[in-house]
Design a protein around this ligand. Structure first.
Ligand SMILES: *Cc1c(COP(=O)(O)O)cnc(C)c1O
Length: 431
């Protein structure tokens, strides 16, 4: 067991998880909605390829690789792992690429169709013509973000010709603000936390009919964009001749902030693989809003501050005080459990993924590796495994979703590595 009084790694099993439950009744997002989002991303692929040359290799589709890695030797896990490498997703450098860009495109498509600039049969490369840019330049697309959602929405909205405004919380890294400004995005800095940044962005946008606010806590368009990842993963698994079934279940571990991105992905996976996929989220111990809300379903909107968590963590993408209601509704009967960790684990994982597997992930993304570590090394994990068929579990595919990292500046990453090496030695070698 790697639990010790000095460090924190905990697995909470969701008592409301029901592998056989149907999609929630009061939840409107269907398989067809996600399919529509996937089709929209395909329609826009030629335009995206034109705007972002880095997408040429993949014909305008924003997708990451599915990698097979060996487990870092010191880690107390005795299994091979798969990595869904969203840390290398182009344009946004994180899992936010699919959701954020999808919503920007949906808004652009609606405007352009209404104004007759395109029809549904058009080649969408027409949207790079001056007529379209002129239309888009009349509108502002705004978002509140701890960083990565801002990168995804800001950069794509500005590339299409919109005024892009990103409201950032104080946890946001200076380099993310600089990156946005370089891409022509207006950054508004807020003293308060993520929740306050979203709130003030939402209110500012309300007063302006030419302003469209992308709402991380409520948006179904974002959610559908995130969920497209599930279809893409299904194809990638089949390409590798992996057939998820009762005999070979899928275990997925995804870092969680407000919950939209991981819930979108997990919900999509549940629609496809049903009881044969087991989804776990990972949160910082001081920003564990999703597990807190699942433990207090009778208190909607409960905040981590109400229970004395500080929101202090180096995982800036996960530093969120209140979970998304949409994400909670989607996952409350479908999530297997939540792993909470301290920053020492984040950094140790970041170091391990880089040193042994050559992956450059940010601290928020490194959280994912704590998923299998917790499943295999806590008593709650033991209990979860004991309820499964032993042979099926031995054949299981374990997938760690590395959610961001591509654009972390070199010097910043080197500091992460130094801190990670110390953490790694303290956690895994001095025993
Ligand atoms: C945003 C983000 C997450 C979590 O997504 P939420 O929708 O906030 O739960 C995880 N990892 C990274 C790197 C992120 O940027």
């Amino acid at each position: 067991m790697i639990d010790s009084p000095k460090t924190h790694l905990n697995l909470w099993l969701n008592p409301n998880n029901n592998p056989y439950s149907q999609p929630p009744k009061n939840f409107s997002i269907t398989y067809i909605d996600i399919k529509k989002a996937e089709d929209r991303l395909s329609r826009f692929a030629p335009l995206l390829e034109l705007l972002f040359p880095e997408l040429r290799m993949n014909q305008g589709i924003i997708e990451s690789e599915l990698l097979h890695i060996s487990t870092p030797p010191q880690l107390p896990i005795s299994t091979d792992l798969w990595v869904k490498a969203d840390h290398a997703l182009p344009i946004a450098g994180s899992i936010k690429a699919r959701g954020g860009i999808h919503e920007v495109l949906e808004f652009a498509e609606k405007l352009a169709l209404e104004q007759g600039i395109i029809t549904t049969n058009s080649t969408y490369t027409d949207l790079s013509l001056p007529e379209a840019k002129q239309l888009f330049s009349q509108y502002t697309i705004a978002v509140g973000s701890t960083g990565n959602l801002g990168l995804s929405i800001g950069v794509s909205a500005a590339a299409l010709g919109f005024n892009a405004v990103v409201h950032m919380s104080k946890e946001a890294k200076p380099w993310k603000k600089a990156h946005l400004r370089q891409h022509g995005v207006t950054v508004i800095e807020h003293e308060g936390d993520y929740g306050l940044a979203v709130q003030s962005g939402r209110e500012q946008a309300k007063t302006d009919p030419y302003s469209y606010f992308i709402d991380d806590e409520r948006s179904t368009s974002l959610f559908c964009g995130y969920a497209v990842a599930a279809f893409r993963l299904q194809k990638q698994l089949l390409e590798k001749n992996i057939h998820i079934s009762a005999e070979q279940p899928l275990f997925v571990y995804i870092p969680c902030g407000v919950g939209g991105a991981p819930a979108g992905v997990a919900y999509g996976l549940k629609l496809i693989f049903k009881e044969n996929v087991h989804c776990f989220f990972i949160e910082p111990k001081q920003s564990a809003c999703f597990s807190l809300q699942l433990q207090h379903l009778e208190t909607p909107g409960i905040s981590i501050y109400d229970v004395g968590q500080s929101n202090q963590t180096e995982a800036d993408g996960l530093a969120v005080p209140v979970a998304s209601e949409l994400a909670i509704t989607a996952m409350k009967n479908h999530l297997a459990g939540v792993v909470t960790i301290d920053d020492q684990h984040l950094f140790a994982n970041l170091y391990a993924l880089h040193t042994h597997n050559g992956l450059k992930v940010e601290p928020s993304a490194a959280a994912a590796l704590a998923g299998p570590v917790a499943l295999f090394n806590t008593s709650a994990g033991e209990q979860y495994i004991s309820e499964l068929n032993e042979h099926h579990f031995q054949a299981a595919i374990h997938l760690v979703w590395t959610t961001g990292g591509l654009f972390v500046p070199e010097d910043e990453f080197n500091n992460f590595l130094l801190r990670g090496e110390t953490a790694y030695q303290e956690l895994y070698q001095k025993r």
